[in-house]
Design a binder for this molecule. Structure first.
Ligand SMILES: [Zn+2]
Length: 427
């Protein structure tokens, strides 16, 4: 899918609007530039800073992957394949970013106005409001982006939007309800207590951007009740460390109480927290059999240093793995959640003897109720197109939206076109 063609020629686009930095939203931008897109990429200011880290990292990984792949191809007598994109493409892309603040209205191109609202999902994440005018008529389209949870720590709540002629709504957790934050906090405390009694380690796969910072914040808040003084907390992800620095430089965008943490005043946590930067430091953790909490990317265990730790520890019954984020189908993380007895890492079958825990209440995504509530903020029940969710989640959410809110819901397929001229006017 990464190499799939774009729905329109890259050079024909006037502008791009990016909702947030997560790589499933930003990751193909350098391909767009490589294929001839020269226009502005509008996004929230903090997203620009996060993409500066993430797109360079993605380019680096693409180059490395191509190198490895091409060594194999050479041995088979095949010609080399270019990487999806390289560092030069990523750097060119970053120059096309146009940073916006939340709530300012800008004219993107004649006839199209844009406003970004806080989506409360990760730092800089935005709901996109677009006013499109043609021939004296205006239609307003709202794209939810990825929506965060209400009352989540660090970030503000997702803003409620009242007016739209069409809504594109994410549906990641459209078929699920999270357990409450309080229950999740308690569950986490029990895992820490059990793991301490077992004398093992705790592995937490986490997205480098967003989830990791939220975990650090929770560790600070619950330092005493989770017994963290017994643990070395290792943040083993260079990208997460840099992303944490970006969080620290945008203190205006999050809750007051998170600011202390970014300023290094994390109370007891400050003395137990270690930033693991080099591969050597990371490998040294392999020898430690107990007392480690390792937070490492990637969040779905598809890359990054977490895979090394899983390989080293999954077969140990005293190891605990805590899954705190969304796991897409087909990923190693999903296999762990589904209770597979073995997972494959670098072609080697690893027996899963570790105790795997899944905690939903720390999610960065609104659950079904959160999505329904957000939609019900709109007046006049605008038609909804469900995006960004697996089929089951979209089907379930569509049904709920119809039952609860009387919404007209559509489930588009990849490549479908939404014709705004055919939308009924509002009111
Ligand atoms: Zn996201």
């Amino acid at each position: 899918m990464n190499r799939a063609p774009f729905p329109a020629p890259a050079e024909s686009l006037d502008a791009v609007i990016l909702s947030h930095a997560h790589i499933d939203h930003s990751g193909r931008l350098p391909m767009l530039v490589q294929q001839g897109f020269r226009g502005p990429i509008y996004t929230q200011r903090a997203t620009t800073d996060l993409c500066d880290i993430m797109l360079r990292d993605a380019a680096y990984l693409q180059e490395k992957d191509a190198e490895t792949e091409n060594r194999k191809r050479a041995r088979k007598g095949l010609p080399p394949m270019p990487p999806l994109y390289d560092m030069r493409d990523a750097e060119k892309t970053l120059q096309q970013f146009e940073s916006l603040d939340y709530d300012e209205i800008v004219a993107v191109v004649p006839g199209i106005k844009l406003r970004l609202r806080d989506a409360g999902h990760i730092l800089g994440s935005a709901i996109v409001e677009l006013w499109l005018s043609e021939g004296g008529a205006t239609r307003k389209v709202v794209f939810s982006g990825d929506l965060g949870l209400r009352d989540a720590p660090i970030l503000h709540d997702p803003e409620v939007v009242h007016e739209a002629d069409a809504v594109l709504l994410e549906s990641t957790y459209g078929d699920r309800r999270h357990r409450s934050r309080e229950e999740s906090v308690q569950e986490m405390g029990e895992i820490f207590a059990d793991a301490h009694a077992d004398g093992g380690n705790i592995l937490i796969p986490a997205f480098a951007v967003g989830r990791t910072q939220e975990l650090l914040y929770l560790f600070m808040q619950h330092f005493d009740d989770w017994g963290l003084k017994h643990w070395r907390v290792c943040l083993d992800s260079p990208m997460a460390i840099r992303a944490t620095e970006v969080y620290a430089s945008h203190v205006g965008l999050h809750d007051e109480d998170a600011v202390a943490l970014w300023r290094g005043q994390g109370g007891g946590l400050a003395s137990r927290l270690e930033f693991i930067r080099t591969p050597q430091q990371s490998r040294a953790l392999n020898k430690v059999r107990s007392g480690l909490v390792i937070v490492a990317a990637s969040g779905m265990c598809e890359g990054g240093r977490i895979r090394h730790h899983l390989k080293n520890q999954l077969w140990r019954p005293r190891c605990h793995v805590v899954i705190v984020g969304y796991q897409a189908r087909g990923t190693t993380g999903r296999q762990l959640v589904d209770g597979h007895a073995y997972v494959s890492l670098w072609g080697e079958a690893i027996r899963v003897k570790a105790q795997v825990h899944t905690i939903g209440g720390f999610s960065a995504h609104a659950d079904q109720q959160g999505l329904l509530d957000w939609y019900q903020g709109f007046r006049d029940r605008p038609p909804v197109w469900l995006v960004h969710g697996e089929d089951q989640a979209r089907a379930t959410l569509a049904q709920r939206l119809q039952e609860v809110a009387g919404a007209r819901v559509r489930i588009p397929q990849l490549g479908d076109v939404l014709d705004l001229g055919k939308l009924p006017g509002r009111g």
